[in-house]
Design a protein around this ligand. Structure first.
Ligand code: FAD
Length: 482
């Protein structure tokens, strides 16, 4: 009798559903257990909704920042500014956001079931008792109707994601004090929005609501916004934010947030109190790993409750894999999906390439966007990577001039001897699209000469990538001779 490998996946976000598709293609019998709907937080509350909201914000910014320069006239009261003229119906925007998210979750459910995967609604956890003699494990499913189902699996993948971190003295009420999952129920634009946290999520929402017409205060406990990103890129963004009228408060730690009637008060560690109509908390996330029987099954967690995994997504417990935000490896949908696929290739004996974080392309969806791949300025500064760097401001790019783009740059890093491209940063509108050739170069170990020799369209913003590669070719020669 042919033994079909039984795979049970707990969590149906990108880490889970992409793994399910791969496992089904490889001939396994696959069950996905999910609590809230396939697509996970990525589709229902985080990535997809925020980028849909930002799509509206982007149109507002593009219009607002360049219509005069590009010769567009607005036939209305001349005293009114563009934001007031074009305005935003937030209720309508949010209904579109939710509609698209649910439609995408449906699409994913359809393609997963079409591939032969069984989808169970409920909360999954590992059963007690570790591995059975045949090497299988038990997964218990708490269904919404209160029943408990027991499944047996030859391999289990935990892909349960994460949820917003809450501060004890800043409890969200879903109306005035909000997490990023609650903003899509707003019918009206917050008049004065205080965003606490200036990481990627905080910066994206602060930029978006400012563009939609809110008066935004961004509270950052660090010296600058986006402390984890390229410092030059963060500087450009902070400068743009301030120029557009955002109140960016650096080195300001929020201690508590209180709702007083229709107002909110944010108390800072230095004793200052700032007031607004709404507060959005973006202070990180907590992995969904509690009460899942993980430690009892021998799955090691770190001090933050994240599951420890190796580069092929194995946990410390045989037969148990983990992928995505519950591992805290690199909290991106694309990385979650890759970890999930790798786990299945490994579990099912297919060829596996271990996860390589140095080829991950990521993007901050602000205006301008900040896209990054490979080694960073911090890696060069601390001596982790020896690299030559060139940064070209977009001010000199012909297409950028035509489009009225002033802020941004292309930065490339290459190895001094070989000229192999090891990293890059693009700060520009649609940087998320412009980073791809650099990501390809990093992934394929291309040299700056190879990047420089490929044609780019004239005029194009990507012309600056080729120009940076040409300049690196000269720079590495000069530095090699000196
Ligand atoms: C505001 C915001 C914007 C983002 N934007 C981007 C972006 O633009 N690009 C990008 O790449 N990444 C983005 N991310 C990150 C991205 O959303 C996550 O990295 C991604 O969701 C991780 O996928 P996952 O499969 O690990 O978990 P999730 O997407 O969180 O899915 C986990 C699923 O598991 C379910 N679950 C949890 N516990 C259980 C249980 N015990 N039993 C059954 N089911 C369970 C949950 O209900 C959920 O459906 C963003 C994050 C945030 C917060």
């Amino acid at each position: 009798m042919v033994h079909v490998t039984r795979i049970v996946i707990i969590g149906g976000g990108p880490g889970g559903y992409e793994a399910a598709l791969v496992a089904a293609q490889l001939g396994a019998e696959v069950t996905v257990v999910d609590r809230d709907g396939l697509g996970g937080s990525a589709v229902l509350t985080d990535c997809v909704p925020s980028k849909t909201l930002i799509a509206t914000a982007e149109v507002m910014t593009t219009f607002d920042s360049s219509y005069e320069e590009l010769g567009i006239t607005v036939a209305q009261d001349e005293a009114a500014d563009a934001a007031k003229v074009i305005g935003v119906d937030l209720g309508k925007v949010n209904r579109r956001v939710k509609r698209l998210a649910i439609a995408q979750s449906h699409d994913i459910t359809q393609s997963v079931t079409r591939a032969g995967v069984t989808v169970l609604r409920g909360r999954g956890r590992l059963g007690g008792g570790g591995q059975a003699v045949d090497g299988s494990r038990e997964v218990l499913v708490d269904a919404p109707d209160g029943t408990v189902q027991s499944l047996r699996a030859d391999a289990v993948l935990i892909a349960t994601g994460a949820h917003p971190r809450e501060l004890p003295d800043a409890q969200p009420d879903g109306e005035r004090i909000l997490t990023w999952t609650q903003v899509y129920d707003l019918e009206e634009l917050p008049r004065e929005l205080i965003v606490v946290g200036s990481g990627v999520t905080g910066a994206e929402f602060a930029g978006a609501y400012q563009a939609l017409g809110s008066k935004v205060t961004l509270v950052s406990s660090r010296d600058r916004v986006l402390p984890g990103e390229d410092p030059d890129a963060a500087e450009v963004l902070e400068d743009v934010f301030r120029r557009r009228g955002m109140n960016v408060m650096g080195r300001s730690r929020a201690e508590s947030v209180k709702r007083i009637g229709d107002r909110v008060e944010v108390a800072l560690a230095d004793g200052k109190v700032i007031e607004g109509s709404h507060c959005l908390m973006a202070v990180g996330s907590i992995p969904n790993t509690a009460e899942m029987g993980l430690e009892e099954a021998g799955v090691k967690l770190n001090d933050w409750g994240q599951i420890q995994v190796d580069r092929v997504s194995r946990t410390s417990a045989p037969g148990v894999y983990a992928a995505g935000d519950c591992t805290g490896v690199f909290m991106l949908a694309s990385v979650a999906a890759m970890q999930g696929r790798i786990a299945m290739y490994h579990a099912l004996g297919d060829a596996v390439q271990p996860l390589n974080l140095k080829t991950v392309a990521s993007n901050v969806f602000t205006d301008p966007e900040i896209a990054t791949v490979g080694y960073t300025a911090a890696d060069v500064e601390c001596g982790k990577m020896d690299a030559v760097v060139v940064k070209l401001p977009l001010r000199g790019n012909p297409r950028a001039k035509m489009q009225g783009i002033r802020d941004g740059f292309v930065k490339l890093f290459c190895r001094p001897g070989t000229g192999i491209v090891v990293g890059g940063v693009v700060v520009a509108p649609r940087a998320s699209e412009l980073i791809h050739p650099i990501a390809l170069a990093v992934d394929a170990n291309l040299t700056v000469e190879q990047v420089a020799s490929a044609f780019t369209v004239y005029p194009s913003v990507s012309g600056s990538t080729a120009e940076a590669a040409r300049q690196l070719h000269i720079r590495k020669r000069v530095e090699g001779e000196s």
